[in-house]
Design a protein around this ligand. Sequence first.
Ligand SMILES: [Zn+2]
Length: 432
Amino acid sequence: MDNRAVSDLLDLIGKGTSPYHVVAAAANRLESAEFRRLDLRDKWKIRRGGAYYFNVFGSTFVAFRVGDVDGPIRLATAHTDFPCLRVKPAPEVRTHGYGKVNIEVYGGMIRESWLDRPLAIAGKVALRTADPFSPDVRLVDTNRPLLTIPRLAIHMNPAVNKGVELNPQKDMLPLMTMTGKQADEAYFLPCLAEAADCQADDILSYDLTVYPWETGCLCGAKNEFISSPRLDNLTSVAACLAGILDVDTNDASKEALSGLRMIALFDNEEVGSRTKQGAASLVLPQILRRIYRALGCDDETFDRQIAGGFCLSLDVAHALHPNAPEKNDVTNFPVLNGGVVLKTACSQSYAGDAEAVAVIRSLCDVNGIPCQQFVNRSDMRGGSTLGSILSANLPMRTMDAGAPILAMHSARETMGCSDQNAMDALVKAFLR
Ligand SMILES: [Zn+2]
């Protein structure tokens, strides 16, 4: 099997330790393929055949290639965020000689899975400058295990194997140090300042993610699985990057590009998407309209292209669990290494209608890409993703799809290696 897709995914997971780092890694990869950065605050000069990207408020990433404006719009989306702990302001909590870190919970994490693991911190810090409206913003990653949340011993909690409720304010505070005799000496900001290479006094603010320090690995008798943090949803981010890189407008052996090919990787999916950089934001419709204006298109032409466009919204799906098969639907149950999953729900928690399913199934058939379908058990609510939210502001046919995984929202999730190849192949075929 070609394992390029898997090694690219593991590389992205290693680098993508916060949404800001996911965006930075995406920008690095595309810059080496000569994508040019555009800024939302500037007036743009866009040339047909060109390749461009935006960093939207640091944690959302949009990249596109554009050819003839009369051709179709194809958009592949994913999300850059993942359930985690976030560090609060005034983070030091001292008790009995222990120095802990005050956190809040971001997204629907499986709290128990974060215990007894080495944890590190990544994100951004905003530093004081002479101009209050322009703080110096730096990415920071401690890159070493700095924290841990120890479990209570079984002797102190004999019922632990029957399941334990964890209170996020009491039970989830990571241990960082022993304060010992210097009980007043700060321990958090000096450590952060060292990682950010700045003075602690200059740190005005930060957005910091606590992440599992151990990265992903292969496992299984034939190395057929990936066990890793952040598979939700870096599996889809990796596929989107592979897809847009494959659309090469300068390759003479390929046909000239007709229309627009775009990827949009949004922050804040795990908390509902209703933010300035989330999928419910007007930022993507604005970007699209401005691209078409910059190419000399009128509004009517633009609206016609939106109406005829297609969005492939990529996020992970629940594979059938080997020890709990009864949790999935009785006839629509994806399994690991069974291929890309098409997700539908009559509640529209997943976007997709008969035509959208038909288009993607047909695309898979023509390109020899395995695919399977997911529908919730009728007595379970299930999850949702950004497809329906995005398409409400950007009315085009939209299909939710993604890789089947186990243990979604655990500190470590499991997926099949060949499903990453199927994801890459689908996004490449879709954006071609
Ligand atoms: Zn997700």
